[in-house]
Design a protein around this ligand. Sequence first.
Ligand SMILES: [Zn+2]
Length: 104
Amino acid sequence: MEVQQHMRWRQSFIAEVSEALQQLGLRACLVCGSADALGIERSPVFLLTGGLPPAGEDPALGEDRDYDLTCAVRIECAGCGHLMLFNANMYRAEDEQILVREPS
Ligand SMILES: [Zn+2]
């Protein structure tokens, strides 16, 4: 039986993104204004542009492909459910390993 694995952000990357967004001015929910309801999801969101990847390929490891895969950080407000997505590449140092695999 295959072991199901999940992709997670590295803890250090979550901390970096969180700090960067606060410096950009994201300190409270844009909709309800709640300051401490914002939470960063530990797993990435993959946004696929331009078609489906071939079966069996690991989308997270693909780089030079026909399709464009955006790895996004998902932030959700626990107060009103407002969802925000940020492109992880904007917050990633070059060659930085930002994803880890974890058994579910
Ligand atoms: Zn809110």
